[in-house]
Design a protein around this ligand. Structure first.
Ligand code: ATP
Ligand code: PAU
Length: 403
């Protein structure tokens, strides 16, 4: 089996999608969020499947032999891509280029249940944009978006990754990343905190057994939105990079600033604990321009991550949950973000509840939507991953440095 790579996310500017990326795309799913479009697709690459494999693709979803034929040599890659939602035309252009390469189809092995009669191309899509942009996809590509519920996709994607992929979950504290081996039988219950534009907190009790128990509008969109206004940064990555170089103590009011440099140890607060995020900005003799954008970005990232971490902890406490998995594109594998979330969770829980992160954090929804393909054995394949074969999934899912 070919190992799997992650496609470079296309540049957000004008981009031509060349036919040299030729691969047979089968099964493409989308998670169209408020900020980003996430795409997962499977391609069989230059080596086409054997006749046996083609045959088993065409069998219906109850075919249980697909796992074996998969194990014996389904060749291909899972690709993970993202686009800015505001640049949806780029995404449409990309899909259009894949349609051209695939002779107008995105399911070379046969269509999904619903579209057999109509011959329409149907792709699984989740996120608010699956509703908002349904007409646009129909009009520009003739594609029907088959809408799948956002929360159930996030949960399905997370469960899949946690059960099927080794080295998917890790803790992050004091710049140290430690992979955690998840025992399949001891996965539930857990809290899934998806930090996208806004934040959803979902108590997960089993496969397809979950409840959204909390959320907050102070999330990734807040960081990027306020950060852009305050620092004039042109991109999210630039803002993150700035935050790496900043010092939050210039703007945040610390316990020591209030207590004359000493700790308030009686209630467990050290002098360096933030007493009030952005609290020093009340100073009458300083305007925004007097602060370094680096320091503003740092304080903002700390404020938002800390707040999310605290709300997550309270919800874990509320339901007696020991593990909190953080997902969503806000996390971005960014050290300071993960460190702050971990410290926030640990501050009160003292190790009772743990903050964990996922390597494919941003793609939970798109993966969950992908798993809804019922025909061609794809549902079977993902189930096989979960039930028996970590090896397969490890080969199929890209490695750390690829994202
Ligand atoms: N290149 C990027 N451009 C914009 N935002 C980015 C980028 N990379 C990471 N982010 C962060 O990721 C967040 C979006 O995360 P994600 O894609 O998981 O959510 P979404 O699906 O767009 O939002 P929602 O689920 O609330 O609709 C942004 O708000 C921002 O904080
Ligand atoms: C509205 C969604 C679910 C869209 O993904 C997300 O942005 C979110 O969870 N926002 C937070 C909403 C709230 O609970 O206050």
């Amino acid at each position: 089996m070919e190992s799997v790579g992650t496609d470079e996310a296309p540049n957000m500017g004008e981009r031509e999608f060349k036919s040299c990326d030729r691969d047979d795309v089968s099964h493409l799913s989308l998670d169209i969020g408020g900020s980003l479009i996430k795409m997962v697709y499977f391609s069989s690459g230059s080596s086409s499947p054997s006749d046996d494999q083609k045959h088993s693709y065409l069998k219906d979803g109850t075919n249980t032999s697909i796992g074996t034929s998969n194990h014996n040599g389904l060749r291909g890659k899972l690709h993970f891509l993202k686009f800015e939602t505001s640049q949806i035309d780029e995404c449409i252009k990309f899909i259009s280029s894949k349609l051209l390469q695939n002779n107008g189809s995105l399911n070379p092995g046969g269509q999904d249940d619903k579209d057999l009669a109509s011959e329409e191309i149907i792709i699984k899509a989740t996120g608010g944009g699956a509703f908002k942009f349904a007409d646009l996809f129909k009009e520009k590509l003739g594609i029907v978006l088959d809408k799948v519920d956002e929360m159930s996709c996030l949960v399905a994607g997370a469960n899949f990754l946690l059960k099927a992929v080794n080295h998917e979950a890790f803790t992050y504290m004091d710049d140290q990343k430690d992979y955690v081996q998840i025992n399949h039988k001891d996965l539930y219950p857990y809290l899934l905190v998806n930090v996208g534009s806004g934040v959803s907190m979902i108590k997960v009790d089993g496969d397809n057994n979950f409840e959204r128990v909390s959320g907050t509008s102070v999330g990734g969109g807040t960081f990027w939105g306020l950060g852009r206004l305050l620092t004039k940064c042109q991109s999210f990555d630039e803002l993150l990079e700035l935050s790496r170089q900043g010092n939050n103590r210039v703007i945040d009011m610390l316990v020591g600033d209030i207590y004359g440099g000493t700790d308030y140890s009686k209630i467990g607060l050290t002098s360096t604990t933030i007493a009030s995020s952005f609290g020093k900005a009340i100073s009458a003799n300083k305007e925004l321009d007097d602060y370094r954008p680096e320091d503003v970005a740092r304080s903002l990232l700390r404020m938002i991550s800390n707040n999310i971490g605290q709300i997550a902890y309270l919800n874990a406490l509320r339901f007696g949950l020991k593990r909190i998995f953080f997902g969503g594109f806000f996390i971005r594998g960014h050290a300071y973000t993960m460190d702050t979330l971990s410290v926030a969770v640990n501050f009160w829980s003292k190790g009772e509840a743990k903050a964990l992160f996922l390597r494919h954090e941003g793609f939970l929804g798109a993966l969950g939507a992908f798993m809804n393909y019922k025909k061609n054995g794809f549902t079977d394949i993902t189930h096989q991953f979960m039930e028996q074969s970590c090896e397969i999934a490890q080969d199929l899912v890209c490695k750390d440095e690829d994202i």
